[in-house]
Design a protein. Structure first.
Length: 173
């Protein structure tokens, strides 16, 4: 694994563990097993590393979405699979931190918005193939609902898939 990739992996881990604002160049370098100067050799700034790491994780999740959706038949099953995939990524905290950082950074906001548009398009196409009414709008609301569930799960662990899927599943029928 390259030093650059070790830095990106360490950044993603640290964002999820500590929060965007608590990641310093020194902490990042220590986690990646490199000297602090190496961070700035590979990236223009600490924010550039954090941005690339978080956007990379979001893009990976969207890239994996077709495989997640192809493994299920119903919209409720798709919702369960989507929540399971997010759990598997450990991305819940990383995605929350990225969304929050995007509210304060126009460049990050634009990049996250592009990724969300792609996510919603993939989901809408899958829903349309299953004759779900208004698939574009349904995908948008479902994506927003999942984001809200992730935020609430960060505060309360009781919003499990077993609780969420039956409730949101009724909306998808």
């Amino acid at each position: 694994m390259t030093v650059r990739q070790r830095l990106l992996d360490a950044a993603a881990e640290l964002i999820a563990e500590r929060g965007w604002g608590a990641v310093s160049t020194r902490v990042l370098a220590d986690r990646a097993g490199v000297g602090s100067g190496v961070v700035h050799y590979h990236f223009d700034s600490l924010q550039a590393v954090l941005t690339e790491a978080s956007l990379g994780a979001l893009r990976t999740a969207v890239d994996e979405l077709p495989q997640v959706l192809d493994s299920v038949d119903t919209p409720a099953d798709a919702l369960a699979a989507l929540l399971a995939a997010l759990d598997g990524h450990g991305g819940q905290e990383l995605f929350i931190e990225t969304f929050l950082a995007a509210t304060r950074n126009d460049e990050l906001r634009g990049a996250v918005a592009e990724i969300l548009i792609r996510f919603r398009a993939v989901l809408a196409a899958w829903l349309a193939e299953r004759d779900v009414p208004t698939p574009v709008e349904t995908a948008a609301v479902l994506a927003a609902a999942v984001d809200g569930v992730l935020l609430h799960r960060a505060l309360s662990a009781d919003l499990t898939r077993e609780v969420v899927v039956p409730v949101l599943g009724r909306v998808l029928r």
